[in-house]
Design a binder for this molecule. Structure first.
Ligand code: F6P
Length: 529
């Protein structure tokens, strides 16, 4: 039997029921629609009434989820089954925030005990830092934390720090991810080597960018101190042997496990630099928010289930209606890095063209994911959202409490978010004369989802992150793909490794690359005009 979504009866039922409708017409026909098309988890409210979705299509999408075995797949995720089939392991990021599998054990490891123990170790390291007892080589308390990591070993920490830091914390966080050394050089200028803790964060502890930066940082500190300074290095990894070999003492190693995916690792010890900068209280609040969303996802009926409904909308809009992207538009400057964080989560998880059973997929799956703080985006790509020929899901993330907003700014963000959402939904008939008229037309009916929350705090951020993790899981479950592997990133890494000796002049030209690469290298060397 085929595993392809679009070859199923349940999919055909969705397809048959789906007719072109204008979301504004749906609203006009049913003033209760915003209430009937909104779901909430406490003060987090998701309003999808601006999606051109009818009751019949919604019901058929819910039936489709049933037919694709979503309930069983959710249980498999939470229970620690090997849902990451291509790598033969579970994906237990939910356990990191206390949504423990009922059986407790995975591969002989008591998961709750291991998670709690690692949190305690993290807590102890953070307490030592904050008490001032952890001193650098000159005897001064540490004041800077530099995270050296990339992808899932960096994005979450940077995003959450941007969202939650007030700017007056006793420890300053810096992050270095890029491979060319310029980022590291810029950080040198902002820190004091005698008062800096380096955190080398890498699940595999083999990532070229991270290890190159880590070795440079080690050598730099050694040169400054006149001796190696292992006491100013912490490591976070699933590969303790490699951390030890690098020179990080076991007491300063934090563990994650191979069942923690990189882009799902913020609630693990990968969050250590965040906790170091902000303290364990907000970190534990972040975990609590995630756990609340886990429970909601696992237990709420699907008609009121935020990740399930968002996932179904994604599948319907992308696979049936041909939408080309998903745009996140936070109306809060603290969520500046949230779109980039979600971009990795979404695109690395859903950018797949084969089912878990190994069939080529003939329909669209994951799309492009991008975004920007809403008020900035209004002055860059909103023109395209309103009148461009492409279609994307526009997801507005809107805080409603404004106690920290100066009087003159009150209501502005909310008015802009609601106004833009209304314009995208309703559009506007042509105005003016002749050629002008058509150019001024707004078609409307652009798919919009509004996500409201009271205020941006650690708990809310945790809920938002877990909401998207589970939304991505639902899409993957319906498409039949594995959201937890990323084979597509390997080939380029291998080729880069092979080319390095040529680029450094340690191997003869043309050893590794194809004709196009050889020509580019020749041009760089000034040998080909
Ligand atoms: O780019 C691929 C990737 O494997 C990501 O999935 C991951 O988050 C990142 O590299 C970093 O990997 P690591 O934590 O092993 O250094």
């Amino acid at each position: 039997m085929s595993t392809i979504l679009t070859r199923t009866e349940a999919w055909r039922a969705v397809d048959e029921a789906d007719e072109p409708v204008h979301s504004a017409a749906l609203l006009a026909a049913d003033p209760q629609r915003p209430r009937r098309y909104s779901v909430a988890l406490d003060d987090l409210r998701v309003d999808y009434s601006r999606q051109p979705l009818t009751d019949t299509v919604r019901q058929r999408l819910l039936d489709l989820a049933q037919a694709r075995g979503l309930a069983e797949q959710i249980e498999a995720l939470f229970s620690g089954a090997a849902v990451n089939r291509s790598e033969g392991r579970p994906a237990l990021h939910t356990a990191l925030r206390g949504s423990y599998p009922d059986s407790r054990e995975v591969d002989g490891l008591d998961v709750p005990a291991a998670v709690e123990a690692e949190l305690e170790r993290m807590d102890a390291l953070v307490a030592r830092l904050h008490s001032g007892a952890w001193r650098g080589y000159s005897g001064q308390p540490l004041r800077h934390v530099v995270n050296i990591g990339i992808g899932g070993s960096e994005c979450g920490v940077t995003m959450a720090h941007e969202a939650l830091a007030r700017g007056d914390e006793p420890l300053q966080l810096h992050t270095v991810s890029g491979v060319d050394g310029r980022e590291l050089a810029a950080v040198w200028r902002r820190i004091d080597p005698t008062r800096t803790l380096f955190c080398v964060a890498s699940k595999s502890f083999t990532t070229q960018e991270t290890l190159t930066n880590a070795r440079t940082a080690w050598a730099w500190l050694e040169a400054e101190a006149g001796r190696p300074v292992p006491e100013q290095f912490v490591g976070v990894s699933a590969n303790p042997e490699a951390m030890t070999e690098f020179g990080i003492s076991p007491a300063q190693q934090l563990r994650i496990w191979d069942w923690v995916g990189g882009r799902y690792s913020l609630p693990s010890a990968m969050g250590f630099p965040l906790a170091a900068a902000l303290g364990m209280t907000p970190f534990r609040e972040l975990l609590a928010g995630m756990r609340e969303m886990d429970t909601h996802f696992r237990t709420a009926p699907w008609t009121a289930n935020i990740p399930v409904l968002l996932g179904l909308i994604g599948v319907w809009q992308i696979t049936l209606r041909g939408l080309q992207g998903h745009v996140a538009l936070p109306y809060h400057p603290g969520l500046r890095r949230f779109p980039a964080y979600l971009q990795q989560l979404d695109m690395e998880s859903l950018g797949k063209s084969a089912t878990q059973a190994g069939e080529r997929i003939p329909h669209a799956t994951g799309t492009s994911f991008w975004g920007e703080v809403g008020s900035n985006a209004q002055h860059s790509f909103f023109q395209w959202l309103h009148q461009g020929t492409g279609r994307v899901i526009a997801e507005f993330l809107v805080p409603v409490d404004e106690e920290d907003v100066p009087e003159a700014h009150r209501g502005l963000a909310l008015a802009n978010a609601l106004g833009q959402a209304q314009a995208l939904m309703h559009g506007q008939a042509p105005s003016g004369q002749g050629a002008q008229a058509e150019q001024r037309r707004y078609e409307g009916n652009r798919p919009v989802t509004l996500i409201f929350f009271r205020r941006l705090d650690a708990r809310t951020l945790g809920r938002l992150v877990a909401m998207h993790e589970h939304r991505v899981f639902v899409q993957a479950a319906l498409w039949g793909i594995n959201p937890f592997d990323q084979w597509g990133v390997e080939l380029g890494k291998q080729l880069a490794k092979g080319l390095l000796p040529e680029i450094r002049g340690e191997a003869p030209p043309g050893t590794q690359g194809d004709a196009a690469t050889a020509q580019a290298l020749a041009w760089i060397e000034g040998e080909d005009g």
